[in-house]
Design a protein around this ligand. Structure first.
Ligand code: ADP
Length: 480
């Protein structure tokens, strides 16, 4: 057993460099949490976790902080592609950035063209693996996340003749199973990877990055205990349920944590007024600021509901018009902050036009506004059809905003009915309306409402427990 376990953590996005969704929160905070664990699974053992990201064109990095550390070629049919690796230090943690044409060609983190993304992330995954062979620091474990980096895990299988690769163990965390990367027949062939021929995988999955990673990883992690069980069923398994069930001994559910320093209502500079569990009074100023900023009637007594997230079928945004339309007998205001599917974006713009006095659809990514919303609105609505973990509900609770959510995945694991929030069992309109009416009844009693708020604020959503679970998983892989 080494006294230091080296882990290379691969992700497509990470705070504070670039953020599209929850993966960035996780990749920005879990590696640091792992590094600072005081007793990572074994007394005396330390975790040296390092992060590697693509050097996207849209990153928030001062280029003079990047130090070049390696240069090599990634083999590809039609001409090998030069890759360059840069490094910077974040709170003492080395972070590597890989650049190369498939990455710098793309103007956004994720492209609307799936083929471009497959090219970019296949290049990135293979370059990250090659980097691991060339640095003077070598990982014991490759920890990949989602389809974007799953091929690093798969490629390891074909590099077993290399002693450095042979001793590497692999973990693949699934943040969102339906996003599998699509048919990669062409790109696999171009980069010298063969499709799997294992009949345990359905035929269509044998060329897709995520299933290939799931097939080859030593351990698979789903981002909540409930999601780890759900993906074994036809409703959530996306056609991989039988295969995943056959691998269930290697699948665990580990809930994501929150970076409590980054999300703290006592210090958050985007709030009009800070507040704490001991004194919630500052929330009123945030609510007023929000109403004034968005041109809503300034009224501290009217409950404000909000939704913050990607505008996508997954998030159940399309159900909102019917639900809100059935609740016009009650006073409420509603704020949506999000962007994504252009058709659903238009649906939400139209909803604001239908109810201009009470609905605001803010169609953009706005980190500052999101914080004022968490710190000022009364309820966060999450009608997600499925939700592997979900961070928004945890942030909401930390900010005294009561979540009203579908009882699925990580939402079920983090929100407690009638204690920290409210849950609906199905995403049927009637179930949501009934649950929202229950929440409004709770809101009508300020004492009761404050109890919900305080219960949520007192919950420990820090990384400490989950990071220890990851550390234990790493340890078990090395001991095998
Ligand atoms: P997912 O990872 O599926 O996108 P999560 O709930 O796990 O959903 O994480 C979403 C994260 O992204 C949260 O930190 C949320 O506050 C943030 N977020 C999503 N959309 C926006 C937006 N339009 N503006 C600001 N922050 C956003």
């Amino acid at each position: 057993m080494p006294d230091t376990l080296n882990v290379l953590f691969l992700a497509a996005e990470a705070e504070p460099f670039v953020k599209i969704g929850g993966l960035a929160d996780v990749a920005g905070s879990l590696p640091l949490a792992l590094r600072s664990l005081s007793n990572p699974a074994m007394p005396g053992m330390k975790l040296d976790v390092r992060l590697v990201l693509p050097l996207h064109r849209v990153m928030r990095i001062e280029s003079d902080t990047l130090r070049p550390v390696a240069e090599f070629f990634v083999s590809r049919e039609g001409g090998n592609i030069p890759a360059r690796v840069f490094e910077l230090s974040r709170v003492g943690m080395p972070v590597y950035f890989i650049s190369g044409e498939p990455i710098s060609n793309a103007t956004s983190v994720y492209s609307p063209d799936p083929a471009l993304d497959r090219e970019k992330f296949t290049f990135f995954s293979l370059a990250a693996l090659e980097m691991a062979r060339r640095l003077d620091w070598q990982p014991d474990i490759i920890h990949a996340n989602d389809w974007h980096t799953a091929l690093a895990v798969y490629a390891l299988r074909s590099q077993q003749a290399d002693p450095v690769m042979k001793r590497l163990r692999s973990v693949l965390t699934v943040h969102n199973l339906p996003f599998m990367g699509g048919d990669g027949t062409d790109v696999l062939a171009a980069y010298g990877l063969f499709p799997s021929s294992d009949e345990a995988l359905p035929g269509w999955a044998r060329t897709q990055p995520l299933p290939l990673g799931l097939w080859s990883a030593d351990a698979v992690v789903a981002v909540s205990p409930t999601y780890a069980k759900e993906i074994l069923t036809p409703d959530f398994g996306c056609g991989l349920e039988a295969f995943l069930d056959s691998r269930s001994a290697s699948i665990t559910g580990i809930l994501n944590g929150l970076d409590l320093m980054a999300w703290d209502p006592e210090t958050d500079t985007c709030l009009s007024e800070n507040f704490s569990v001991a004194n919630l009074s500052g929330r009123a100023a945030n609510k007023a600021a929000l109403q004034s900023q968005l041109g809503l009637r300034e009224d501290l007594h009217v409950p404000i509901l909000a939704m913050i997230g990607r505008i996508d079928q997954q998030k159940g945004v399309d159900i909102l018009p019917d639900v809100l339309g059935q609740m016009t007998d009650l006073p409420w205001q509603f704020i949506l902050l999000g962007s994504g599917d252009p058709i659903l974006e238009n649906t939400m713009r139209a909803l604001q036009l239908e109810f201009p006095e009470r609905i605001r659809s803010v169609i953009r990514f706005d980190a500052q506004l999101s914080r004022l919303i968490y710190g000022g609105v009364d309820m966060l609505l999450m009608p997600s059809r499925y939700e592997p973990c979900g961070l928004a509900q945890m942030i909401a609770m930390r900010y005294g905003c009561v979540p009203v959510v579908h009882a699925t995945g990580g939402l079920k694991d983090t929100v407690e009915e009638d204690k920290t929030g409210f849950l609906f069992q199905t995403t049927q309109v009637a179930a949501m309306v009934e649950t929202l009416r229950r929440a409004f009844a709770g809101y009508a009693s300020p004492e009761k409402w404050e109890r919900y708020q305080r219960n949520g604020m007192k919950k420990d959503f820090s990384w400490s427990r989950s990071a220890a679970q990851y550390a234990e998983l790493y340890r078990s892989l090395i001991m095998d």
